[in-house]
Design a protein around this ligand. Sequence first.
Ligand SMILES: NC(=O)c1ccc[n+]([C@@H]2O[C@H](COP(=O)([O-])OP(=O)(O)OC[C@H]3O[C@@H](n4cnc5c(N)ncnc54)[C@H](OP(=O)(O)O)[C@@H]3O)[C@@H](O)[C@H]2O)c1
Length: 254
Amino acid sequence: MASALTGTVALVTGASSGIGAATARRLADHGAAVALVARRTARLVDLAAEIDKAGGTTLVVEADITDRTQAEAAVQQTVERFGRLDTLVNNAGLMLLGPIAGADPEDWDRMIAVNVNGLLSTTRAALPHLLQAAQDGPRRVADIVNISSIAGRVAWNGYGVYNLTKFGVNGFTESLRQEVTQRHVRVGVIEPGGVATELGSHNKPEIRTEMIDPFYEQTEVLAPEDIADGVAYMVTRPRRTAISELWIMPTDQA
Ligand SMILES: NC(=O)c1ccc[n+]([C@@H]2O[C@H](COP(=O)([O-])OP(=O)(O)OC[C@H]3O[C@@H](n4cnc5c(N)ncnc54)[C@H](OP(=O)(O)O)[C@@H]3O)[C@@H](O)[C@H]2O)c1
């Protein structure tokens, strides 16, 4: 049976865990062929097998999107395999917290490389194909969904450079939306509150003990599927409708 995204192709960065994996499953449920992009190929292969078994269609693409050539190759492989690209979900991200005083600038570089440069490189490579899909694709509309954060709206002590990247993603989303919206490429952002994923696990042990573990112990958090539902909602809207921003929070924080 045809679903909302039947005949379309989606590329999800950071599909090897958390929100990205849940989003890939959701888009496949809606009928999209999905390119799964991340560095950890074994995880992508497992996810692809799961989606394919459920009747979906996938492509595994190992890529470090902080390398512009690899980000471009990921888009190219997707278009070579499926002939088109209708939906880009810029989800890959890294969150390293801590005070600015005494911080390791290499942590900043790593975060900026994924959250900003990776998103830019992937978007730049995908945009010509998305514009084409908006002209002659099955839905005559294409989508970019950027997974930002509540940290793109609200600043907290210790979140400094993560805040910087996500505020940047929000501004970039709005600017790009204005550039391409009349050509029927919809550009939107999702700003989740806390989600139960591996995002905090890359931090130094003292940061996890002081900032991250207490957050998860004291606060209600969302499931990755809650964000995947938001992505699916945005990209399955009729062509005449664009949702430029979704702010998704657990109910006890609204
Ligand atoms: N969890 C939360 O509370 C929360 C809240 C608001 C917003 N977000 C945002 O949601 C997005 C997804 O995060 P998550 O919570 O699902 O975290 P996660 O489980 O840690 O997933 C992060 C994903 O990004 C990928 N990634 C990281 N560096 C990459 C690189 N250089 N190249 C390609 N892929 C890379 C990882 O894959 P590999 O390691 O395999 O490459 C992984 O699949 C992020 O943008 C995050 O900022 C999360």
